[in-house]
Design a protein around this ligand. Structure first.
Ligand code: LLP
Length: 421
């Protein structure tokens, strides 16, 4: 459920007409709904009620500080994967003890920053990384709390580029080697082993892969405990999918996911952490764009819009589907017509949708890409020297620009010309 609905023939973001934001900030732009962000966070928090837990929002999905602060004020922790994310979370007001550090290649510098300024735990991905965390901790005279990310060799049944839990993926250590790796960790005086971490992929639309992975984690918890490790926290990653089409998709609900967690792991008495990103932010954001031209091609019409692959790369990168709607609600009975919806970037890959049925549209009409809140703005670039587009946050009848559009001068003046030129 989200808070982007038609009212009196116009698309609203909560209580604000989308067209009013467009008139104020110009197109294209991202707009997020506070109510949707909070609702989705709450669904996870409620799903784990009765179990000691922390929902650590995977901020890679949408990392604007206004979004982070909204969620942090509701009680969320953060899952970060870089020093930049760590610093951004801290700047948004998230305390170190609510920040989990994930990621396959944490550098010594990143580890030092987190250890000096406060961290809940590192999710360690390899033995060499474990050695570096140990060395940095000893150097700083502290002990680093860690879990080890195990790769359970489970098929997440999602797009190959976002599956992470098979043995051929670069993530975690093979679960078959866990015993050995945990013994190694326990021998390092700068580390305190507190738990186990697992994350098998993103946009999972079935519970079965989670079940298989969590059953393996349950078994491993008992095994590691019998080997003398005080396993007391389980980080179960993120990955629960969202409906990208309004019509036929119904991925499992957070409450069902929460029940699965309790059923598979509840008996162990561990504190549970989860790291959802997409389900919290995805349907809490729209990308709003303007039709520049309608062009008649050979047997097809193109809608050339002012958003492009640099603003939303998911269709080009993962063949992802985003529902696209007209901001002005089509009158009942309007006959739809197929368009190829494309951006202005000089690549055929800059195609958002082919033969998509839309109401008849003309230059100057606004359209909105749904489900664009996660992995939208954060994956955007300035390709073709197109400025990063603004982000706007709506809360009831108020809205605020939470990242302004840079000027061309700001972009161009970042380059420096060497003296010899
Ligand atoms: N935890 C870890 C360790 C992760 O690697 C990820 C996502 C998450 C949590 C959050 O997963 P989520 O709940 O959002 O599914 N750019 C891609 C998605 C990449 C996901 C990467 N890792 C896309 O646009 O579909």
């Amino acid at each position: 459920m989200d808070h982007f609905l038609y009212r009196d023939g116009a698309l609203y973001a909560e209580d604000v007409p989308v067209s009013e934001i467009a008139a104020s900030v110009g197109t294209p732009f991202y707009v997020y709904s506070t109510a949707t962000l909070l609702r989705h966070f709450q669904l996870f928090d409620d799903a784990l009620e009765g179990t000691e837990h922390l929902v650590c929002y995977a901020m890679k999905a949408a990392s604007n500080q206004a979004i982070l602060r909204t969620l942090a004020q509701a009680g969320a922790g953060m899952d970060v994967v870089s020093e930049g994310e760590y610093r951004r979370a801290r700047a948004a007001g998230v305390p170190g003890e609510k920040i989990v550090f994930s990621g396959v290649g944490k550098t010594a510098q990143e580890i030092r920053t987190a250890l000096s300024e406060g961290i809940r735990q590192f999710n360690v991905e390899s033995e060499p990384e474990m050695e570096v965390i140990n060395a940095v901790a000893l150097d700083l005279g502290v002990v680093a709390p860690i879990t080890v990310r195990v790769n359970p060799d489970v098929d997440a049944k999602t797009h190959a580029k976002i599956a992470t839990g098979k043995s051929e993926n670069k993530f975690g250590i093979p679960i078959s080697r866990a015993s050995e790796v945990y013994a190694h960790a326990a021998s390092l005086p700068g580390l305190e082993v507190i738990g186990i971490d697992v994350h098998i992929g993103s946009q999972l639309t079935e519970l079965e892969p989670f079940k298989l992975a969590y059953e393996k984690v349950a078994e491993l918890t008992e095994q590691l405990r019998s080997e003398g490790h005080n396993i007391r926290r389980l980080d179960l990653g993120g990955g629960l999918g969202i409906p990208y089409t309004r019509s036929n998709e119904a991925p499992p609900l957070p409450v069902e996911y929460g029940k699965l967690i309790k059923d598979t792991l509840g008996h162990l008495g561990c504190e549970i952490e989860i790291e959802p990103g997409r389900l919290i932010a995805g349907n809490a954001g729209l990308l709003v764009s303007d039709v520049i031209y309608v062009k008649s091609g050979e047997g097809r019409d193109f809608l050339i819009v002012d958003a492009a692959m640099n603003d939303l790369i998911r269709p080009a990168m993962y063949e992802a589907h985003h529902d696209i709607v007209a901001v002005k609600e089509p009158a009942p009975g309007t006959e739809m017509q197929p368009y190829d919806i494309v951006g202005p970037v000089c690549e055929s890959g800059d195609t958002f949708a082919k033969q998509r049925n839309m109401p008849p549209l003309k230059s100057g009409d606004l359209i909105a890409f749904r489900s664009a809140g996660a992995y939208g703005a954060v994956m955007s670039s300035e390709y073709n020297t197109r400025p990063l587009i603004p982000e706007v946050l709506v809360n009831g009848d108020q809205f605020a620009v939470i990242r302004p559009r840079p000027t061309f001068d700001e972009i161009i003046n970042r380059d420096t010309i060497p003296e010899w030129l």
